[in-house]
Write a protein that binds this ligand. Structure first.
Ligand code: 5AD
Ligand code: SF4
Length: 477
């Protein structure tokens, strides 16, 4: 072999090899966490990192964590122990982000020796500085919560994107203080993001071919932009700030008008904050999706009060009636917690009855999990036995399954407009997409493409999915 040939070859290797470090990001929990991981990746990409698909091959593993229930935290601890082996033979650094980082703070570093970096949800801009410390073999932490941070101007780097639908966060934190919930402690006080930066992000998504955005926040209906700052400080705003402030219905309308070809979804809504104007906006604009995720947690007024939910059963039901009257084709989903302290059979029946009167399209159902530091943990005993929680949860799940099936049956033989999002998991000959009501529909691919809006005739259904035949490109959205 002649030496110049070898040199050239080495040269080529040198020029094609990236000198960037590799980061592997793993996300647990809610949609907000998934959206945050995309912000973190964007920050890291601007700091000489690139995304890795594989933990073993990376220089940095980041786990974006969830604290909402004990089980979520247990899973994350298990994952960390699995990474112990990896760390032994390797120079990999491990960072913990998100709610669990915020909840445990320094304790995390004490309890989990393999963790090098702990960063709370409002401190992601500091990650590059913290990584410098980690590079010097120090352990680094920043868990400061912020009055202002909304990560505006950071364009998220999409992870596992289907290139059709994306999350866009519009508020951070939560002021509600439901007694069972750890979120107000881990994500801080509520603040809203500048509408200009929201619109800019959506504009860039549209330019890349995205067809749907989901506006995210713990409580989107209480969106309030008055120039920046906490929602609770609105009373201190100047009269000009108040006069020019924007609420959620204004934001929805602005986006709906600006982006008539994009679908707009939003989550999560809280009953006490859903205004008539928001309902009006949903009914008025065809590109605002006809679906509302409206958790009620319990059907019993006694339990709602102990949960510090800011609505009664009756108020909640009145709101549902209002929505159904104004938007007859609107689907409604829920979150329910069963087995909250002191919940008895009568309270449980109240929950089942409420479900019966609404007949939700779908929902998320959980057993109460006591969280350290919450008001419920301080004030009440977690006194519903696990067996009872299990029985109640199964009853709730069964009822929901029946209602979902009932709701899906209403679409049989009808034509629905579906946005194609991905290949069906069960067959590569089928597309999978959703209707405006957020119902999943699968149908034969034919000549349709990812991102198409398609009129589909519904021929069959299960409680989770509609199965149909794609007829033509839809004029609807
Ligand atoms: N235990 C069980 N479920 C909970 N949720 C929030 N906190 C808890 C808890 N401590 C549920 C609520 C909320 C959803 C995001 O998670 O139903 O709406
Ligand atoms: Fe938690 Fe209640 Fe805030 Fe939702 S509204 S994040 S359940 S405190």
């Amino acid at each position: 072999m002649n030496s110049t040939a070898t040199e050239t070859r080495i040269d080529k290797i040198v020029t094609t090899k990236s000198n960037k470090k590799k980061v592997f990001i793993e996300t647990y929990g809610c949609q907000m966490n998934f959206a945050d991981s995309e912000v973190v990746l964007s920050i890291l990409k601007n700091n000489q990192y690139e995304k890795s698909e594989n933990a073993i091959e990376s220089d940095l593993i980041l786990i974006n964590t969830c604290s909402i229930r004990e089980k979520a935290e247990i899973n994350i601890r298990k994952k960390l122990s699995a990474y112990k082996k990896l760390k032994k033979n390797n120079k990999i650094k491990i960072g913990v982000l998100g709610c669990m980082a915020e909840r445990l703070k320094k304790k995390f570093l004490e309890e989990e020796k393999i963790v090098d970096l702990v960063v709370g949800p409002d401190s992601y801009r500091d990650i590059p500085n913290l990584l410098d410390k980690v590079g010097n073999n120090e352990r680094a932490i920043n868990v400061k919560l912020s009055k202002f941070e909304t990560y505006e101007k950071i364009i998220p780097e999409r992870i596992n994107s289907n290139k059709v639908s994306a999350f866009v966060s519009i508020t951070r934190g939560c002021d509600n203080m439901c007694t069972f919930c750890v979120v107000p402690f881990t994500r801080g006080r509520e603040r809203s993001r500048d509408p200009k930066s929201i619109l800019n992000e959506i504009h860039l998504l549209e330019k890349k071919g995205f067809k749907e955005v989901t506006l995210l926040g713990q409580n989107v209906d209480s969106y309030l932009w008055y120039g920046g700052g906490l929602k609770k400080d609105y009373s201190k705003a100047s009269s000009l700030q108040k006069k020019t402030s924007l609420r959620f219905n204004n934001l929805l309308e602005i986006i709906a008008k600006e982006k008539p070809k994009m679908r707009i979804r939003f989550s999560t809504s809280n009953p006490q904050d859903m205004s008539d104007e928001v309902i009006e906006a949903i009914s008025k604009y065809r590109n605002i999706c006809k679906h509302i995720h409206l958790p009620f947690q319990s059907g019993s007024n006694k339990i709602l009060k102990k949960m510090n939910r800011l609505h009664t059963r009756e108020e909640y039901l009145r709101l549902i009636t209002k929505i159904k009257n104004k938007i007859p084709n609107c689907s409604i989903s829920h979150d329910i917690i069963t087995g909250f302290p002191s919940e008895n059979d009568e309270d449980h029946l109240d929950t089942l009855n409420l479900m019966e009167s609404v007949k939700y399209d779908y929902g998320y159902m959980f057993k109460y999990s006591e969280r350290p530091g919450t008001l419920a943990q301080k004030k009440f005993t977690d006194n519903v036995p696990m067996e009872i929680k299990n029985i109640r949860l199964n009853e709730i799940i069964l009822k929901q399954k029946n209602h979902s099936f009932f709701r899906n049956q209403q679409y049989l033989n009808k034509i629905v407009c579906v946005l194609i999002e991905k290949e069906s998991k069960k067959s590569d000959e089928f597309w999978s997409g959703r209707t405006t009501q957020n119902v999943v529909v699968v149908f034969s691919k034919k000549n349709f493409s990812l991102g198409d809006f398609v009129d589909v005739r519904v021929e069959n259904c299960t409680s989770a999915t509609l199965i149909g035949d794609g007829l033509r490109i839809s004029k609807d959205i």
